[in-house]
Design a protein around this ligand. Structure first.
Ligand SMILES: [Zn+2]
Ligand SMILES: [Zn+2]
Ligand SMILES: [Zn+2]
Ligand SMILES: [Zn+2]
Length: 249
């Protein structure tokens, strides 16, 4: 604390305010340069209560963050008042468009339905009944069934991998808890979940990791939608094939 008048140094670096973005600790009121603590202004905007490292250790508390918009490139807060995981309907649509890529050409209005009903896991489950309808009149090429079966297989493998990531999270958290003698929860996000060509495990404390917030739930839901959509498409293809062969017989 300054002895008198205005303070001229701040932060862990003990340097003046250089005009760059800073954030204050709710607990000790100290100001920190974002660049010194590895936080961007966009990330800082998600703080409900920022708590510095030394206060975190001293009082065993953590910063509290708003839920980030689930569109990976967006750092705006999700509109939780609307029970949404996105900052806006547009970003929800962008998210589901990305999700649906390679799966189906989901019409815009169906994406809107997905966005508006994507508040909770329960709603996602209900959504299974409402996944987009496909034009059943289109005759499937013969290899379509095999293609969708392979897709479902892939989704199931991804679900298994997600499960193993959850296990790793448990193990790493337990190890850290034992090593430090105080309750620790490690983020443990495996980058392979979003990029098949990499495999890096995030070792940040869960509540300090903004980027991977709620990943176990988010990836579960993502795969769940993909599974529902693919299973529905496969059923339709099988039905229409059956109908077709009956006509031929
Ligand atoms: Zn600094
Ligand atoms: Zn502090
Ligand atoms: Zn957004
Ligand atoms: Zn992380």
């Amino acid at each position: 604390m300054a002895h008198s008048g205005e303070r001229d140094v701040f932060c862990i670096c003990k340097r003046p305010d250089d005009g760059s973005w800073m954030i204050a600790c709710e607990k000790c009121d100290e100001w920190f340069h974002g660049k010194c603590i590895g936080l961007t202004e966009a990330e800082g905007d998600l703080a409900v209560e920022f708590c510095c490292d030394s206060c975190s250790a001293k009082y065993n508390i953590q910063s509290e963050w708003r839920l980030k918009c689930q569109l990976p490139s967006c750092y705006a807060a999700a509109d939780v008042e609307k029970d949404s995981k996105f900052c806006s309907a547009d970003h929800g649509i962008a998210f589901f468009r990305e999700l649906a890529q390679g799966l189906v050409g989901v019409p815009e209005q169906d994406l809107r339905v997905l966005v508006e009903s994507s508040g909770s896991q329960e709603k996602f489950k209900a959504l299974g009944i409402q996944t987009p309808e496909f034009d059943a009149k289109i005759e499937p090429p013969p290899d379509q069934v095999a293609k969708w079966e392979a897709k479902i297989q892939k989704i199931q493998e991804a679900l298994k991998f997600l499960e193993s990531c959850r296990e790793t999270k448990k193990e790493l958290s337990q190890q850290a808890t034992e090593a430090e003698g105080t309750k620790r929860e490690i983020c443990a996000f495996n980058s392979k979940l979003s990029d098949p060509d990499s495999e890096e495990v995030c070792m940040l404390e869960q509540r300090k990791c903004i980027q991977h917030k709620q990943w176990p739930v988010i990836f579960q839901e993502r795969l769940f939608i993909q599974q529902q959509t693919a299973a529905k498409r496969l059923r339709q293809l099988q039905n229409s094939q059956r109908g077709l062969s009956q006509v031929v017989l």
